[in-house]
Design a protein around this ligand. Sequence first.
Ligand code: MEV
Length: 322
Amino acid sequence: MPAIASSAPAKAILFGEHAVVFGYPAIAVPINELKTRVAIFALPQATPGQVKISSPMIGMDTTMDQLDPADPMARLFELIKKHFSITHFPACQIQIQSAIPVGSGLGSGASVSVAFLRALSSFMGSPLGDEDVCAYAFEIEKIHHATPSGIDNTVITYEKPVLYRKKKPISILKVKKPFELVIANSGPKESTSKTVASIREKHDQDPFLYDHYFESIGRITRNAALAIKRGDLDTLGSLFNDNQAILNKMGLSTAHIDELIEIALNSGAKGAKLTGAGKGGFVIALVDQKTRERVFRKLQDAGATDIHITTIGAPRLTQHEK
Ligand code: MEV
């Protein structure tokens, strides 16, 4: 029996990726079908301070002391030590399991950070609140992605659809009519930090053009937030396509992403786009009860993997609701 277990979802950005790094709004949702789970077992017989860690999805089987200090996991331990003003942990075994494909645009790194921070702080007897979890996970995002906007750690911590803007209070989106997405992996993706750096470079070279792209994406995102609040799914679908058209112009799509999007639209999806940093990774398609099976099958036939159908909705309100 684990002494403590904690989980965190994956995330998908619906609108506004990349523009969000430059201060424009973006919309992201938790994907609850894909989770990271962290279990911690006390090892009362072991030497105090001994912390074993296993994480099969990245082939990790080590101890805390053997971690490179620059490793995100080592930094997570340091943040918790500092928070609790301790020098070592009670001996334990930490098991990390994740169903989220690593480096595919679904926030696997932020999900591990959030589940890990929750589990380890609970193991220490005082679970961190959402604000601390989100802030510490953001510190780790900086190691993973150099200049992250903060959207991944935010949506994964709060587990609600969010309209996110850098350095602004979190705004949780009310979903009037729950909607369904098919999500599918197009295949390997370039690293997020590399892709974000390449967009920054392009922006530096042609600020007029890239500011225009970001402003257009910002407008699409604000309209999408309204469509979600009103339950206008036809408009939402066409806004997916509008956002994708700009991401495509920014060079973030690939031939396979384009192919999967075309197949999803031809199979009845109301809209489709890449999600996350792009240059590979996941695509999302807005479907309904009539179209979801066909879109799923056709994407599978076209070679997409890790295909899931997920419902985005707001079953319960929290104090963060706006
Ligand atoms: C990555 O999930 C989304 C980007 O907008 C980067 C970021 O927001 O940090 C590409």
